[in-house]
Design a protein around this ligand. Structure first.
Ligand code: S3P
Length: 436
């Protein structure tokens, strides 16, 4: 258990300046995995060098991929194995990352060797049955060896799989991607149906790497025909909108703020945080720079004194699932009630984010009601600083540090080491934007 804590004071100054948030976490994992299986070399730029994505890159190096850092750590040449990966010499450490473990499980299940994947305390409690079910239906041999049933470590004895159609029981991009990655290595057409649109980075990267993949007009049905050949192709990872979201909320709530967030990913399956904050009255303007592949652009956010509560719509939930903790902070500073329902998936993230968000909001004096599948925050009550646990959850830590910028007195978040899993330069950006 880490014991690093971070303390912030009520912001004496507005947030000002311009930052470039680090590369997108979801895209970085997928680039490492697909690049490691590709034939040839590619330049990867702006890879997220956080613990989660470095663990996935190390796992791919164990399979035989080569990484040669060019000018700085996040820019490197990745040379793939040309679909001839080797058995890893050691067990694969996925650290804190559910995405890393679930996506790699889809690949490892179809490769001709055995792998054991493990993670930290939080990851060892997260459900793996959701990927084991479809992969087992494809013929995969996976054993969950954790103390908690259906949880990591996972022992995977790779084998030839069969193509299937799978109806996802939950809106999960990780489960969708695990099946599609297994499908791309399997003879025949593997298809999935998702109950709602989830982030489509796997599909966009399939297109980038020339992997044949068909998507229905409503984006709910996706199919891949394998086995595929992947040709290496240079890629630049856009900034992570989930990391940018902390600053969007902070700038909207701290009087006098005006910040620019540069090169932020604007994938339409990830941008509902912007839609919802704007609907609440946040002053956000966007200059789109790139519209192909993964779109990205610059975002300017200004102090927004008249924000109002909103009901987050069911279809918006998967699109902003990782931003809900920080959205709750915006809600606490908006007039009226913000309601988030249909979000039971939050209970199986790095922490139970319904209970950790509600508990910390209450610790700061916010008015909040908890539901099995979400919560409602009624804003307009002054928050006070508090000492709070982040429960080892990076997004809880960063969200409540943003609340601390507008709460009376001092706010301390305990167990903040996990911020490194997604946003290693967070503290530097905090100092830069708050001029502290
Ligand atoms: C992710 C999908 C989401 C998200 C996670 C990253 C991905 O999880 O919460 O941070 O990269 O596919 P679920 O698939 O569990 O919804």
């Amino acid at each position: 258990m880490s014991n690093k804590s971070i303390t912030v004071q009520k912001a004496l100054h507005p947030l000002r300046g311009s930052i470039t948030v680090p590369g997108d976490k979801s895209i970085s994992h997928r680039v490492a995995i697909l690049g490691a299986l590709a034939s040839g070399s590619m330049q990867v730029k702006n890879y997220l060098c956080s613990e989660d994505c470095i663990n996935t890159l190390r796992a791919m190096q164990q399979l035989g991929a080569k990484v040669e850092v060019t000018d700085s750590q996040q820019n490197f040449t990745l040379t793939g194995t040309g679909m001839h990966p080797v058995a890893p010499a050691h067990d694969i450490d996925c650290g804190n990352s559910g995405t890393g473990m679930r996506l790699m499980a889809g690949v490892m299940a179809a490769l001709p060797f055995s792998t054991r994947m493990y993670g930290d305390e939080s990851l060892s409690k997260r459900p793996m049955k959701r990927i084991m079910d479809p992969l087992t239906a494809m013929g995969a041999k996976i054993t969950a060896c954790g103390e908690k049933p259906g949880c990591a470590p996972l022992e995977i004895q790779g084998t030839k799989l069969q193509a299937i159609h799978y109806d996802l029981p939950m809106a999960s991009a990780q489960v969708k991607s695990a099946v599609l990655l297994a499908g791309m290595l399997t003879e025949g057409t593997t298809s999935v149906h998702q109950p709602a649109i989830t982030r489509d980075h796997t599909e966009r990267l399939f297109a980038h790497f020339g992997i044949p993949c068909s998507i229905s007009a409503d984006s709910l049905d996706i199919a891949v025909s394998g086995p595929v050949a992947i040709q290496a192709k240079d890629i630049t990872v856009p900034g992570d909108i989930s990391s940018a979201a902390f600053w969007m909320v902070a700038a909207a709530i701290v009087p006098g703020s005006e910040i620019t967030l540069k090169n932020v990913g604007l994938n339409p399956t990830r941008d509902a945080i912007i839609t919802v904050l704007k609907r609440m009255g946040a002053d956000i303007s966007i200059t789109t720079i790139n519209t192909t592949g993964e779109p990205y652009g610059d975002i300017v956010v200004r102090y927004s004194p008249n924000m109002k509560g909103t009901d987050v719509l069911p279809h918006e939930i998967p699109n902003l699932i990782d931003e809900i903790p920080v959205l709750s902070i915006a809600a606490a500073f908006a007039e009226g009630t913000t309601t988030i329902r249909n979000a039971a998936e939050l209970r199986v993230k790095e922490s139970d984010r319904i209970s950790t968000t509600v508990g910390n909001l209450r610790a700061m004096g916010a008015h909040v009601e908890e539901y099995e599948d979400g919560f409602a925050v009624t804003g307009g009550y002054a928050l006070h600083g508090a000492t709070m646990d982040s429960y080892g959850d990076h997004r809880i830590a960063m969200s409540f540090l943003m609340a601390g910028l507008m709460a009376e007195g001092e706010t301390t978040l305990l167990q903040c080491e996990n911020i490194n899993t997604s946003y290693p330069s967070f503290e530097e950006h905090l100092r830069q934007l708050t001029h502290c």
